[in-house]
Design a protein around this ligand. Structure first.
Ligand SMILES: [Zn+2]
Length: 292
């Protein structure tokens, strides 16, 4: 059976404080997300395309953090779920946004740390280990006031207007955006590099090379502030839709077949779309049936 999380090994030391000792099984994607998907799906079950559509009882977990770090991270997850995720899903179009304090950047940074700890190409791992992971740890452990020099960008997603979708877009893209979840590092041929996480309705980005990325508008997360809806946002990622399409395809097909088949498919995609932002290794996702 092919498990979507098999590419993430259990850790020996805590991913946040680096202490050894017993580590808890952490949800890579916050539990509130899978709970909501379950509650709002037609069948009340999570279905995993990588398991032939068999129900998943829960989103897989990985031994990643010690119990005190898990508590640190889950506090901010809970706040985000209550103040942002649940109201936004319940109110849909009439949701007017939210004001926030440090819990937003902390939640965002927690997701970015998980994304930074999963497997990636060597050169991305080197950058992450040298600068990004230490910056995120120092911030989350309260040693720094910001994971500087990095910026965090929050992007609101919605079902894409059908007339704007290119013909070759992944058929699963709407699922991916509004029912799925993902966590990875992302990069392109010009060696721009990002950390990325996606949950229904929201994407979390951290440019790591260059750290100060141009082209973002209306997305920047600060120590405190507000996001109002509807808003105009611009995502500073070249070929953003291609990237999402690639990930959405991955959610439905990349986990099928042997590792070798997946690898050759991935290489082919990289070769065919040289400028497309890509990512590898973690296929942290789940899907449920479309709403209709
Ligand atoms: Zn710890």
């Amino acid at each position: 059976m092919h498990q979507p999380f098999e590419m993430i090994p259990d850790r020996v030391a805590c991913g946040l404080c680096e202490a050894g000792g017993p580590l808890l099984k952490s949800h890579m994607i916050p539990r509130f997300v899978s709970r909501w998907v379950q509650e709002t799906s037609a069948t009340g079950m999570l279905l995993s395309p990588s398991r032939g559509g068999k129900p998943l009882q829960d989103v897989p977990t990985v031994r990643m953090f010690c119990s005190s770090c898990e508590q640190v991270l889950s506090r901010d997850e809970k706040t985000f779920a209550e103040k942002v995720f649940r109201p936004s899903r319940a109110l849909s179009e009439s949701w007017s946004g939210f004001t926030y304090e440090a819990w937003l950047s902390r939640f965002h940074a927690g997701l970015m740390l998980k994304a930074a700890l999963v497997r990636a190409p060597d050169w991305v791992v080197r950058i992450a280990e040298r600068s990004v992971i230490p910056a995120l740890r120092a911030y989350l452990l309260g040693e720094n006031r910001w994971p500087r020099p990095y910026e965090m960008h929050l992007v609101f997603t919605d079902y894409l207007p059908l007339e704007q979708l290119p013909a070759d877009v992944a058929p699963t893209i709407q699922w991916y955006l509004m029912r799925g979840a993902d966590l990875t590092s992302a990069f392109n041929e010009s060696r721009s590099c990002y950390l990325y996480a996606s949950i229904p309705g929201f994407q979390f980005w951290m440019p790591i090379r260059p750290a100060r990325d141009r082209g973002w508008h209306g997305t920047k997360v600060r120590g405190r502030g507000e996001f109002r809806r509807p808003s105009s946002q611009h995502v500073g990622v070249v070929n953003w839709l291609d990237f999402l399409s690639f990930r959405a395809n991955g959610a439905s097909s990349m986990t099928a077949g042997t590792k070798e088949q997946q690898e050759s498919r991935r290489r082919r995609l990289l070769r065919d779309e040289e400028r497309t932002l890509n990512s590898e290794s973690l296929r942290a996702f789940f899907n449920s049936p479309p709403r209709e």
